[in-house]
Design a binder for this molecule. Structure first.
Ligand SMILES: Nc1nc2c(ncn2[C@@H]2O[C@H](COP(=O)(O)OP(=O)(O)OP(=O)(O)O)[C@@H](O)[C@H]2O)c(=O)[nH]1
Ligand SMILES: [Mg+2]
Ligand SMILES: [Zn+2]
Length: 295
């Protein structure tokens, strides 16, 4: 038995990276019977059926530390959330929802503010500060003027990082630069369709020379928070945690309660207003959802 990691799956075959190279594998029938699908990122052990042709079978899949749904990838331990400072304008609602989801999955996040070449007024510094206050690692990048890549490369080293974010923010361009070769399709979706190119992509782990893997993901424009209630939302704001248990009311939601430490920190400028305002918005949205469900 040989340990390995599934890099990608196409048409019933799984490509497994091992210390003896890449093997083309089939999954044993037992997985199909349990309707359990192996995913890219899965740690597996394979039996080799042909050493020369590098063919084998997946015999065992080890428990997953994490699982992303869209795209389906296992064992991602970091999400790089990419926003563009301009073109398209940053969507902070989307960014905060992504951060909440990442916190729910207990995966770490790094925020990449891209296209800073377009940012004549250096607005990105304010954005960076808001999220640094929340405890996040923030990188400023531009593929156009080749800046920020040393920091990005050190953030990626030895991790399995999925790149996520709105369409057109530059995820694939960043990855092509990091991988030092043209691997990902870039450009506007409409251009790709006009060129008649095949746009559906399978999630694939791509190995970095310096160690670690990256996964590109197709962009999206919105999604709904799921699997949480309004009362729990605060748990997914790392910057609120230090105030837990210090507000006057037990179960304080930090919205309109008196003697709230989170709001006091907001007034002192320690916490970011925008982050809090969107938190209130999400809370109301989740409450409304709960109300509809139980009425
Ligand atoms: N000015 C500027 N343009 C950039 C930069 N990075 C990417 N772009 C452009 O932005 C457009 C979108 O880039 P992509 O890398 O395809 O964006 P994506 O996030 O992968 O988009 P989807 O795959 O649709 O989710 C392309 O036209 C790029 O040339 C940058 O640093 N500066
Ligand atoms: Mg892309
Ligand atoms: Zn409070």
């Amino acid at each position: 038995m040989l340990p390995g990691i599934i890099i990608k799956g196409i048409g019933g075959f799984y490509y497994v990276k091992t210390e003896f190279g890449l093997f083309e594998c089939k999954a044993r029938g037992i997985f199909r019977k349990d309707s359990f699908t192996p995913l890219p990122g899965d740690k597996v052990s394979i039996s080799v059926s042909n050493q020369d042709e590098k063919v084998g079978n997946i015999e065992e899949i080890f428990p997953r530390d994490s699982q992303l749904i869209r795209p389906a990838v296992a064992n991602v331990n970091q999400i790089a959330i990419v926003i563009a400072i301009k073109s398209p304008q940053p969507d902070f609602t989307l960014l905060d929802k992504l951060l909440i989801t990442v916190e729910q999955k207990d995966i770490s996040a790094v925020i990449c503010i891209n296209k800073i070449d377009l940012d004549k007024d250096m607005e990105y510094k304010n954005v960076a500060e808001s999220y640094q206050k929340a405890g996040y690692r923030v990188l400023a990048l531009s593929s156009a003027i080749e800046t920020g890549f040393d920091e990005l490369e050190s953030a990626l080293k030895d991790k399995t990082t999925a790149f996520a974010g709105q369409s057109g923010v530059g995820k694939s361009t960043i990855l092509n630069r990091v991988l030092d070769s043209y691997v990902m399709e870039t450009g506007k979706v409409s251009d790709r369709i006009e060129r008649g190119r095949h746009t559906t992509r399978h999630a694939e782990l791509i190995e970095l020379k310096s160690g670690g893997f990256v996964v590109d993901t197709p962009g999206f424009s919105s999604f709904e928070l799921s699997g949480l209630e309004a009362g729990e939302l605060q748990n997914f704001y790392p910057e609120f945690r230090q105030y837990f248990g210090r507000c006057k009311f037990t179960g304080c939601m930090h919205i309109s309660e008196p003697e709230c430490e989170v709001k006091a920190a907001l007034e002192r400028g320690i916490l970011d207003y925008g982050r809090h305002a969107r938190y209130v918005e999400f809370c109301n949205m989740l409450k409304e959802k709960q109300r509809k469900k139980y009425s």
